[in-house]
Design a protein around this ligand. Structure first.
Ligand SMILES: Cc1cc2nc3c(=O)[nH]c(=O)nc-3n(C[C@H](O)[C@H](O)[C@H](O)COP(=O)(O)O)c2cc1C
Length: 167
């Protein structure tokens, strides 16, 4: 993996987050968890390169993100849809996702979990967290569509990109 300045990453994040998907991982060497996500973004805020991800409160991964104040985003490429299906349908409360997927974890200098298989990895430090509020939907049909029967509104995490690596 080669370190890259976040501003020099050439990927189209609308395309890769929405179609390739990503793993959101958090924790440390003693215990960590990972989950598939396909909603989020990458941008520039408070004069920092940032990501924003949307994590429903009931996700096991959310507990690790909150405890550590940091997480990583791993882009595995289209070839790893099977991994995303496992990590996006089973909870780490029930299965060991590393054993189930065969992914190879490694840990950054700051101790955050990443995967050897990723073609692009972003290491992120949480700056701001908020919970979506139904009263703040300007288009209320979105709230009905996505949050009717389907569980809690997302927590929104804005996080600084501390490091990025490409294969
Ligand atoms: C393609 C795909 C995209 C997903 N995107 C998100 C997302 O952006 N936010 C979220 O909270 N859950 C998302 N999920 C659901 C979680 O990945 C799923 O509930 C997972 O089992 C949670 O695992 P955990 O309980 O071990 O954290 C997605 C699932 C799939 C299959």
């Amino acid at each position: 993996m080669k370190a890259i300045e976040p501003s020099l990453i050439k990927d189209n994040f609308i395309e890769i987050i929405g179609k390739e998907w990503m793993l959101v991982s958090a924790g440390d060497k003693t215990k960590f968890n990972t989950m598939t996500a396909s909603w989020g973004g990458v941008g520039f805020l408070w004069n920092k390169p940032v990501v924003f991800v949307f994590i429903r409160p009931e996700r096991y991964t959310r507990e690790f993100i909150d405890a550590k104040g940091a997480f990583t985003l791993s882009f595995l490429g289209e070839a790893h849809k099977d991994v995303h299906k496992i990590c996006g349908s089973k909870s780490g409360r029930e299965i060991d996702k590393v054993a189930a997927t065969g992914l190879t974890p490694y840990f950054t200098e700051q101790g955050n979990p990443c995967f050897e298989e990723a073609r692009l990895t972003l290491e992120c430090k949480t700056l701001y967290v908020t919970k979506m509020d139904p009263a703040h939907f300007v288009d209320s049909t979105l709230c009905e569509k996505w949050y009717g029967e389907k569980g809690g509104l997302h927590n929104v995490y804005v996080a600084e990109i501390l490091n990025a690596w490409e294969k």
